[in-house]
Write a protein that binds this ligand. Structure first.
Ligand code: SAM
Ligand code: GLN
Length: 272
């Protein structure tokens, strides 16, 4: 089959499931042929090996059934970075890019020197901050798969980010005094929520935080004495503003911030 024909077949398989079937077809072709999209576009008349065709068609079907494209291509994009990602690790979202910008502004304004990213996943937030500031960056996760992925991305960008395994503040215990800023995009989805098919393929522990989606925050802020004189910026769901106001009452100065779609998406807590 010629590449041109294969491209049409894939686009057809993907058209129900995807908003950009042409672009996704090219991404899948790029993965199975190990060629860049630009190169593929220049070689549309080339004959493609039957095995490669079958592989591309089967991956497109998998995608059409709701498997995330990023797990197929093992690539995702965040804050101008191209990162490795694989099944078992959360795919960074565009909203979270703003969390990085908010952190960078604060780092500059307050001359913060040590930052910790809790629940780093691919390492996206930590790597973006390490590349764009002079901070010492620590990053944690409970998931070994996430830490391996973050390690790979840290090596790719040749940045210094120290990875630590464990839940909440536990892995930071020995260095916590030095940490001035904590950033996190934690799990905050309610276990009752109905999620789109592709989101459902992402790791449970990355998304869900109990029936009300607040379990991570409740545990994280359970011992406020650990957070004295620190600033914390976290991502949240827009519906959690009220419950978070209650949960964080009395802990410090609380500010809610919007994402690029004008939805309340982050809070900043300055603990006295
Ligand atoms: N920071 C990444 C991003 O924005 O793309 C990943 C965010 S994902 C929504 C949440 C991450 O937190 C997952 O990688 C998950 O393994 C990790 N995680 C879940 N519970 C945790 C806990 N109690 N302590 C530390 N990390 C946790
Ligand atoms: N925004 C994510 C979603 O698409 C949830 C992210 C999170 O729990 N941190 O469902």
């Amino acid at each position: 089959m010629k590449l041109r024909e294969l491209y049409t077949v894939l686009k057809d398989v993907l058209k129900e499931a995807s908003e950009s079937p042409g672009s996704e077809a090219l991404s899948i072709l790029s993965k199975v042929t190990s060629q860049t999209r630009e190169r593929l576009l220049m070689n549309f008349e080339e004959e493609i090996d039957e095995n490669v065709c079958q592989m591309a068609i089967s991956l497109s079907k998998k995608r059409a059934n709701g498997y995330p494209l990023q797990y197929i291509t093992e690539r995702c994009y965040f804050h101008g970075l191209e990162l490795y990602v694989c099944e078992g690790v959360f795919v960074p979202r565009i909203e979270t890019e703003l969390l990085v910008d908010l952190a960078l502004e604060l780092i500059e304004e307050r001359s913060f020197k040590v930052v910790a990213d809790i629940g780093t996943g691919t390492g996206c937030i930590a790597i973006a901050i390490a590349l764009e500031s002079r901070c010492e960056v620590l990053a944690t996760d409970v998931s070994e798969r996430a830490l391996e992925t973050a390690r790979r991305n840290i090596e790719r960008y040749k940045v210094h980010v120290q990875l630590l395994k464990g839940a909440y503040l536990a892995p930071l215990r020995s260095v916590l005094d030095d940490v001035q800023l904590i950033v996190s995009n934690p799990p905050y989805v309610s276990t009752r929520a109905e999620l789109p098919a592709d989101v459902k393929k992402e790791p449970h522990e990355a998304l869900f935080a109990g029936e009300d989606g607040l379990e991570f925050y409740r545990n994280f802020f359970s011992d406020p004495s650990l957070l004295a004189r620190k600033t914390i910026i976290m991502e949240m769901s827009p519906e959690q503003e009220g419950p978070l106001r209650d949960l964080l009452k009395g802990l410090g100065t609380l500010t809610f911030l919007k994402d690029q779609f004008s939805r309340t998406r982050f809070f900043r807590l300055d603990v006295a």
